[in-house]
Design a binder for this molecule. Sequence first.
Ligand SMILES: [Zn+2]
Length: 405
Amino acid sequence: MFTVRTRCSESLARVGTLRLAHGEVQTPAFVPLATKGALKLLEPRDVEALGYELILGNTFHLLLAPGPEVVAALGGLNEFMRWERPIITDSGGFQVFSMGHGTVADEIKGRRGRAGNGQDGAILAIDESGVRFRSYVDGRERMLGPESSMQVQAALHSDIALAFDECTPFHVTREYTARSTERTHRWLERCLSWHGEHGPADQAVYGIVQGGVEYDLRLGSAAAVAASGCDGIAIGGTLGREKAQMHEVVSWVTRELERLAPERPRHLLGIGEVDDLIAGVEHGIDTFDCAMPTRLGRHGMALVPDPKHRWRVDLTKSAWRASELPILDGCACPACARGFSRAYLHYLLRSGELTGQRLVTLHNLNFIARLLDDLRGGIEATRLEAVAAELRAGGTPGLLGVGAD
Ligand SMILES: [Zn+2]
């Protein structure tokens, strides 16, 4: 299902093609979120037009509403939401455990933004079989565990299902992380066994590497997941407090996976800031999902090639009240190419007009899509190091003259 086309000689970066039930995905690729079966403010055709080939839906939210039986009766998630390209579904483990991890989960969510937490639900019990919890939708008692998560994902009929895992929070002991990681490995075996017997034959299953920020636990987890025979491998959990530590933890895992399972695709969960994407590609990550570009867009923050300000500009600031400038000169997104000024967007955002949020969301998704094009092009042209340096220094994605495709 995965072919590596070009490998970078200076790093683990690679260009490849994922062949999935609903089509191909050129990697490295960013994966926009359709957490509840909708790309907030957008239609599928908007996201397709920006060049995206894969989106992510969430098992936890879709289990609670509208319910997997409704989605299955309407022909699966693709048919239900009218998206024709591949879909990956998150297992629900992150959301269901977030309810219990409380403030710690919020801390991670702020950093990682993986498809939202459990909001007002509550965990009733956690054991080897899974998690019993109260639904934030209707207060009903529900259960999510390895088999039920796979069952929901089978009903959604996503192209890629993720195994049910516990996303271990940052503020726990090494012993807790070790026990939790072991259980995640046992759950992976149960997910694969359920899927082998009942799952759709055209659905791939990714296992998830956990292990917190512990070197040996991460390596052990990478080995266990690689040995399980799953189709692809995701990296989840707490990756550290600082970016440098996060990049290091990712590099431990990808170096080990390069040794143990070099031909299998690698997904990094919940990571998507511009510098993290560049570093992730260099560390050999093939796909990334993150709420960042779309969530920022809804808050009026636009992505721009400005590393000093974390690649973002706040269009709600009064500095833009009368600005004739587009968000970004030369940007081909629907907001910039059609000449919407910062003043107009500022006004829309301050007035709570959804059109403003939609235009900034489109711009942000275009920015990230072009960034990944440039990184793919850089690998193909065997000059990733130079391209990455240019992007880190404030080069405009899509205008470096290296974009792939
Ligand atoms: Zn734009």
